[in-house]
Design a protein around this ligand. Structure first.
Ligand SMILES: Cc1cc2nc3c(=O)[nH]c(=O)nc-3n(C[C@H](O)[C@H](O)[C@H](O)COP(=O)(O)O)c2cc1C
Length: 194
């Protein structure tokens, strides 16, 4: 029997074991047409049919307020070439000031939602806000989005995004990041039975 060499870590630190996670820049807009952008990494899929995803947002942030106004948001993936500017967008600017413009990034029209996308992003996921979930006692809420469109600028073949070409940034903790690494394939027996 192997020696039990586990050491305890705090519950807060244990949470950080769930990393690295993709770093994204979420764009939102309010009814006056003001655009907001902020980086997030508590992001993931929640449903395949229909395609849905979540962003866990600290309560009271501009992203929450703006997403609730137009009931839309865009998840813009972040690549290494503009990562520092995307991270700079976490600055606490007065509500209504467009972080993209402040930090030298650009917007262009999304395909299915009125909230603009980030021009520099190698891929985007356009969402309609369907629900805001407040887990009991938590300091974050979940923006649940139905995916209505996606775009990607790097493809291996039709409908297959080229992860190697995108140079995506993942968030570990604090100011620590990683690049999405090498591809590795494993057999999935359940898939083979189908
Ligand atoms: C890489 C990175 C990841 C982040 N992930 C999250 C996150 O998942 N949830 C969150 O509430 N804040 C996260 N933040 C902090 C927000 O970006 C920050 O609070 C920002 O000011 C929110 O902007 P807003 O008020 O315009 O929405 C992250 C910051 C960085 C740099």
């Amino acid at each position: 029997m192997a020696e039990d060499n586990r050491k305890d870590i705090s519950a807060e630190k244990a949470l950080w074991l769930l990393s690295p996670r993709l770093t994204v820049l979420v764009t939102t807009m309010n009814k006056e047409g003001k655009v907001n952008a902020a980086p997030f990494s508590f992001v993931g899929p929640v449903s395949i049919e229909p395609p849905m995803c979540y962003v866990a947002v600290g309560k009271g942030k501009d992203t929450e307020a703006f997403a609730k106004e137009l009931k839309q948001f865009v998840i813009n993936l972040v690549s290494e070439d503009f990562a520092q500017k995307a991270i700079d967008c976490e600055a606490k600017l007065p509500r209504g000031v467009n972080e993209l413009q402040e930090f030298g990034l650009h917007m262009w029209a999304s395909k299915k939602v009125v909230v603009p996308s980030v021009k520099e992003a190698p891929a985007t996921i356009e969402c309609e806000l369907t629900e805001v979930i407040e887990p009991r006692d938590s300091d974050h809420l979940l923006l649940i989005g139905k995916v209505v469109w996606g775009t990607c600028r790097f493809f291996k073949e039709e409908q297959k995004p080229d992860l190697d070409a995108m140079n995506l940034i993942m968030h570990v903790a604090k100011g620590h990041f990683r690049l999405v690494g090498n591809r590795i394939d494993y057999e999935r027996k359940k898939l083979c039975q189908k």
